[in-house]
Design a protein around this ligand. Structure first.
Ligand code: TR5
Length: 141
C-alpha cells in the first residue's frame, strides 16, 4: 500500500468511526427501522410474523442479505441491553434468521449482530443480519 492509499484508508475509517459515534449518540431515539415497520418507508419483505419482521438490506453484502428485527423494540437497541424476560424474542430472532438462511442460502450463510461503535452498529434497533449466497471469509473486517 502506498502512502496515499494509507492516508485515504485512515481518513475513510476516521469518517466511519465518526458516523458510528454519531449513530450511537442517538441510541434510544426512533430509528429508520420504525419507519420501515410502520411502512412510512418501503422495504422488501422477506418474512413477517407477530413478533418480527425481516426485510432486504439496502446495502447488501452478498446475493442474499436481510435484517431480522423485533416489531416491538422495547428497549432492545443492542444485544447487551437485553433483559432476562427478552430471551424469548432473542431466540425468536435467531430461530427466524436460521430458517431464512436455510431457505435462501442452502450452501451456508452468516448471521451477525453488530454491537456499539467498535462493533460497527449503525442502527440502534437490534437486528440480526443474515448474509449468504457467496463464500465468506474469516476473520471479518
Ligand atoms: O451496521 P448495522 O449492524 O447497525 O446494520 C444496519 C444495516 O441497516 C446496514 O446493513 C444498512 O445497510 C441497513 N439499512 C440502513 C438503511 C436501510 C437499511 N436496510 C434497508 N432499508 C434501509 N433504509 C430505507 N434506510 C436506511 N438508512
Amino acid at each position: 500500500m502506498n502512502p496515499l492509499q494509507t492516508l485515504l484508508m485512515a481518513s475513510r475509517s476516521e469518517d466511519e468511526t465518526n458516523m458510528l459515534k454519531t449513530a450511537a449518540s442517538t441510541e434510544g431515539q426512533p430509528t429508520i427501522f420504525d419507519k420501515i415497520l410502520d411502512k412510512t418507508i418501503p422495504s422488501t419483505t422477506v418474512h413477517d410474523d407477530d413478533l418480527c419482521y425481516a426485510f432486504a438490506d439496502i446495502n447488501p453484502q452478498g446475493p442474499f442479505h436481510c435484517l431480522v428485527i423485533p416489531k416491538n423494540r422495547d428497549g432492545l437497541t443492542r444485544l447487551s441491553n437485553a433483559r432476562e424476560d427478552q430471551k424469548e424474542i432473542l431466540g425468536h430472532l435467531m430461530y427466524t434468521a436460521g430458517q431464512l438462511g436455510k431457505a435462501n442460502c442452502p450452501e451456508g450463510f452468516r448471521t451477525v449482530v453488530n454491537e456499539g461503535v467498535q462493533g460497527a452498529q449503525s442502527v440502534y434497533h437490534i437486528h440480526v443480519h443474515v448474509i449468504g449466497g457467496r463464500q465468506m471469509t474469516w476473520p471479518p473486517g
